[in-house]
Design a protein around this ligand. Structure first.
Ligand code: UT7
Length: 317
């Protein structure tokens, strides 16, 4: 597969660190030093499906296609107001496409998993033009009185259209069931028969554990992919990494002995937007004229599960 169009949509509300200081025992200095985040975009009046639809339509237009040309939709999403139907079905209706749709929930690694699935489907000849949308609202999973978590996240939607071509160089997906360091449990409806204990609570994260696992797993995935592709670290134009924390990105840059010009970022003004962070950044690079035909881009993500997804693509647009 190759990427032929990109798009993105941000919520209108910008929440600065100073705004958080008004109701939390936190400060700009702590947030910037520990995470690199200065502000984040957070859903207020919008619906997540509207952001997903906007990003999708932009990606389809950028690809020079119409929604009728899309023959498969994969939507990466952790939470939205709907449990069912999936966000992909809602987006399909909103853009006026007619095709099979599927939602996946691989936490922050979802976009890379979706690209890998799209690659397989195109290789098998089952689809021609696939829309991949990653739409996330992690701001709705956290307790906004918990300073250790709510300062970290932002919402948004990024999309790409992929079609037949030679853009995917290699990919690597891993999952290791480790459910105690990052989770969000919701209460389901009661029934007359439930006898077990159940509970729902805002997101829980063991930040230090996730930080360590993220740096180690992302570095491992990057090394394996570079080796597999026979590339040196400096052969990659951009490392488009999951945007969870600037310190994680810097640790990976140090480990690769590369300067930060290889590591574009949006965590500073978007926060951690879960699986949307990579396609948001990709669209920004593409629309900002930063990508040339033939550039190699390495994407690497990690998330709850614990899951990781990484791939090297060649920019062919
Ligand atoms: O996409 C999902 C993946 N998630 C991640 O990748 C997150 C990975 N982890 C991290 O990014 C970091 O662990 C955090 C940014 C979440 C936390 O940074 P840390 O350096 O691990 O800080 P900490 O949790 O050890 O907290 C240090 C101190 C604590 O105070 P004491 O116990 O030392 O007195 C916290 O209570 O900082 C305090 N603290 C805060 N202070 C001001 C925690 N949150 C805040 C805050 N403002 N917002």
């Amino acid at each position: 597969m190759r990427i032929i169009g990109t798009g993105r949509a941000h919520p209108s509300k910008i929440v600065t660190n100073a705004m958080l200081e008004q109701f939390l025992d936190t400060n700009d200095e702590w947030i910037k030093t520990r995470t690199g985040i200065a502000e984040r975009r957070v859903i207020s009046s919008e619906k997540l499906e509207d952001l997903a639809t906007e990003a999708a339509l932009k990606a389809i237009a950028d690809a020079g296609l119409t929604p009728k040309d899309i023959d498969y939709i994969i939507c990466s999403n952790v939470v939205s107001e709907y449990i069912t139907p999936g966000l992909s079905c809602i987006v399909q209706g909103a853009i006026g496409a007619r095709c099979a749709c599927v939602d996946i929930n691989v936490a922050c690694s979802g976009f890379v998993y979706a690209l890998d699935m799209a690659d397989d489907r195109i290789k098998s000849g089952k689809a021609q033009n696939i829309l991949v949308v990653a739409a996330e609202e992690p701001s709705r999973m956290v307790d906004w009185s918990d300073r250790s978590l709510c300062v970290l996240f932002g919402d948004g939607a990024g999309a790409v259209v992929v079609s037949h071509g030679e853009g995917m160089i290699c990919s690597r997906l891993t999952t290791e069931s480790k459910t105690d360091c990052l989770y969000y449990v919701r209460n389901l409806e009661p029934t007359p028969y439930i006898t077990k204990e159940e509970y729902g609570a805002p997101m829980y994260m063991n930040g230090k554990e996730v930080f360590k696992t993220a740096v180690l797993s992302s570095s491992r995935d990057i090394k394996r992919l570079l080796d597999k592709a026979g590339l040196h670290p400096a052969d990659i134009k951009y490392y488009v990494l999951h945007q969870a924390n600037m310190r994680i990105i810097e640790a990976i840059a140090n480990w690769l002995k590369l300067d930060m010009s290889y590591f574009p970022h949006n965590v500073d003004y978007c926060g951690n937007t879960s699986s949307a962070s990579i396609p948001l950044l990709l669209d920004e690079l593409a629309k900002g004229g930063k990508l040339q035909k033939g550039d190699k881009i390495l994407m690497s993500a990690f998330g709850a599960g614990f899951t990781t997804g990484a791939c090297i693509i060649e920019w062919t647009k």
